[in-house]
Design a protein around this ligand. Structure first.
Ligand code: GDP
Ligand code: MG
Length: 307
């Protein structure tokens, strides 16, 4: 065996965990530098694991965005927690994100307890540093290091991309030697359908209130090339009740238009082509509590039956 002068390529998986709304999806999107995960100011936007790939000359970070972990009530919420917890054990590194302004809240402590038995290195990311004064931040860092759980504590502002370059290098430092899993032009292993669904769902979450954001699932029914360079996308918006359908359609379809326009524009930006987006609203009674619907919508797999 001969020793090579150049550094070996490093690669591995890092899970982004933390309670809802601390900025996990924003962090993932900013690190990857393109928009992948749905972001909204309502908690629990992210229901599925999303992989984003960050490329460096000497390495590759594969990021998993986990659904927010919290004490769950409905069947869907319990599945989300299960999916989150199972990611910890297959990763090279755990990135635990908290909100600088909130410090360690009750929910954070719940998540942190689940981390105690995890062998992989753990970095604490204190996000939203733009929202706090320096002395408060220093206090929080001291409190965090006293917990002796984290290998490193890193304050960032995901929204302002502050501290993210250093964070990327730090993460890389924890990864093992490994292959280049994804080609350089690939930033996610999610399908185009999934990305469209996430974009539409994000627009709904940003523009609706009360129970609607949580009662909605989006399913792309078809994507095909239409006339010229236009892609025709048919997507179904699934809700739990007739009353929710009425709100989402709005008077003479006004709400659907209000959602559809920004969704279409974002899809066009992402895919670099013209898009014709057809949105339909459909009622599936109480789909969030129904195993068959959860399975159909991809939230429940046969190996993951939840009683
Ligand atoms: P998640 O539920 O943990 O995935 O959180 P999101 O990424 O969806 O972000 C929740 C909210 O926090 C959104 O309104 C973001 O714009 C906001 N946010 C994320 N990062 C920052 C940050 O660094 N500073 C501030 N001020 N807001 C942020
Ligand atoms: Mg999220």
């Amino acid at each position: 065996m001969s020793l090579k002068k150049e550094e070996k390529f490093k690669s591995g998986y890092a899970a982004i965990v933390g309670k809802p709304n601390v900025g996990k999806s924003t962090l993932l999107n900013r690190l990857v530098m393109k928009k992948i995960a749905a972001i909204s100011n309502k908690p629990q936007t992210t229901r599925n694991k999303i992989t984003g790939v960050v490329h460096f000359p000497g390495g590759q970070i594969i990021l998993l965005d986990t659904p927010g972990i919290h004490q769950a009530s409905s069947q869907l919420n319990r599945l989300m927690v299960k999916a989150s917890l199972s990611t910890y054990h297959d990763v090279d590194l755990v990135l635990f994100v908290i909100d600088a302004k909130q410090g360690f809240a009750e929910n954070d402590i719940f998540v942190m307890d689940t981390l105690k038995n995890v062998k992989s290195p753990k970095l604490l990311i204190i996000n939203k540093l733009d929202l706090v004064a320096k002395p408060d931040l220093l206090g929080l860092i001291a409190e965090a290091s006293a917990k002796s759980i984290f290998d490193e504590i890193i304050p960032v502002s995901a929204l302002r991309s502050d501290g993210l370059e250093d964070l990327g290098q730090t993460i890389l430092g924890y990864l093992p030697e490994g292959p280049q899993y994804f080609p350089e032009d690939m930033i996610t292993d999610c399908s185009e359908e999934f990305l469209v669904e996430e974009i539409v769902r994000e627009k709904i979450m940003q523009r609706t209130r009360m129970e609607i954001p949580y009662a909605v699932a989006v399913v792309v029914e078809g994507m095909s090339e239409g006339h010229g360079d236009v892609w025709v996308i048919d997507a179904q918006i699934i809700v739990e009740k007739q009353s929710q359908k009425k709100i989402l359609i709005g008077a003479k379809g006004a709400m659907l238009k209000k959602l559809g326009k920004p969704a279409r524009e974002e899809i066009e930006r992402r895919f670099g082509c013209k898009v014709y987006l057809n949105l339909f609203v459909k009622v599936k009674n109480n789909w969030r509590e129904d195993s068959r619907s959860l399975r159909e919508l991809g939230y429940l797999h046969d190996s993951n039956k939840d009683g």
